[in-house]
Ligand binder design. Structure first.
Ligand code: NDP
Length: 319
């Protein structure tokens, strides 16, 4: 497994991280999620991503259970705050009040004494950014969190907060978690260069385009039952519909053949495609079984030929 530092910090994260959105739910599926998490750890994954809002807190609980008994110094847990956790105006956002309340609830659900990376899940236009940054700085000082990061922040928002933290001698965010895959390249224009310049590591979410970049869906056939495209993804259904458009799926099939010619699965090629960008600290993959983790983690120490990336660009960029 290759490791990269989280932005300008000294913490070395596995280039493949495991996320918990949709997969880590309570009830019957919790057992599989726990096995999946433990398999990822066994294979060298040391960064686990979750959020207070995933499955209304259950993702944090299941992740905490999966990691119970594992040597605390050997893994990092990243969680997030911002999205609604209740119906009142105080139940969302990045106010000091909400952050301070939520961090304790996340710690309790995870069963941990500290969070390694606490991320602002989105930008909050209604809270002064210095209030948020100061709250994060105070949480680092209190020992409840080790590092903090942001997610889905644009170039101006990131520059503002990093500049502010540097001016005030506050701890600055070390990561920005952003959607990035060979099928979703919006970040390349502005925010990715800004992250590079400010030494903020990118954690790319949905690096497999929600599973589409494993080649599991084909243009002529309906998605198999049990898959994400069959079950749906709620508020991000529009995104999955884009990825599963027949024209896109035909291009993905061509990319899969190109990867196979280079001796790689499409999932491996898609993960390494994100990691060709040095500012990407880790790709946050999702998995619904230990077998999927095994397939994805195999990309952790691969060096594919550079012309495969050119080929993937040529095939997937136009769609
Ligand atoms: P991926 O693009 O990696 O998609 C993961 C899904 O693809 C799996 O759940 C599984 O779905 C399928 N899959 C994965 N590997 C394989 C395989 N080898 N063979 C076949 N199918 C496979 O990432 P996600 O969309 O899950 O996002 C990853 C993480 O990113 C989340 O868990 C979360 O932590 C984070 N995230 C952050 C966001 C943010 O705003 N910051 C937003 C969204 C996600 P299935 O088996 O069900 O078909």
């Amino acid at each position: 497994m290759e490791f990269r530092t989280l932005g300008g910090s000294g913490a070395k994260a596995s280039v493949i991280a495991l996320g918990t959105w949709l997969s880590h739910d309570g009830g019957e599926s919790a057992h599989e999620a726990i096995k999946t998490t433990r398999r990822a750890y066994e294979l060298g994954v040391n960064l686990f991503d979750t959020a207070n809002e995933y499955q209304h807190g259950r993702a944090e609980e299941v992740l905490g259970e999966a990691l119970r008994g594992v040597r605390r110094e050997s893994f990092m847990v990243a969680t997030k705050v911002c999205y609604p956790m209740g119906d009142t105006p105080l139940d969302s956002g990045l106010s000091r009040k909400h952050i301070m309340g939520q961090v304790d609830l996340s710690l309790r659900r995870l069963g941990l004494d500290y969070i390694d990376l606490y991320q602002c899940h989105d930008f909050d236009r209604e809270t002064p950014v210095d209030e948020t940054a100061r709250a994060m700085n105070d949480l680092v000082a209190s020992g409840k969190i080790i590092y903090w990061g942001v997610s889905n922040w644009d170039s101006e928002q990131l520059r503002r907060v990093v500049t502010l933290c540097r001016e005030r001698n506050w701890v600055a965010p070390v990561t920005n978690q952003l959607q990035y895959s060979a099928l979703w390249r919006l970040i390349e224009k502005r925010i990715l260069p800004t992250c590079r310049e400010l030494d903020v590591g990118v954690l790319s979410w949905s690096p497999l385009a929600m599973g589409v970049l494993t080649g599991k869906y084909t243009s002529g056939a309906p998605p198999e039952s049990g898959t994400r495209a069959h079950k749906g993804v709620g508020k991000l259904d529009w995104l999955l519909a884009k990825f599963t458009d027949p024209q896109v799926l035909r291009a993905v099939e061509t990319a899969r053949s190109a990867a196979a010619e280079a001796g790689l699965s499409l999932a491996e090629a898609a993960v390494r495609w994100c990691l060709r960008e040095a500012a990407v600290a880790s790709v946050v993959t999702g998995a619904s079984s230990p077998a999927q983790v095994e397939q994805n983690v195999a990309a952790g120490d691969l060096t594919p030929p550079v012309d495969l990336f050119d080929e993937i660009d040529r095939i997937l960029r136009p769609v």
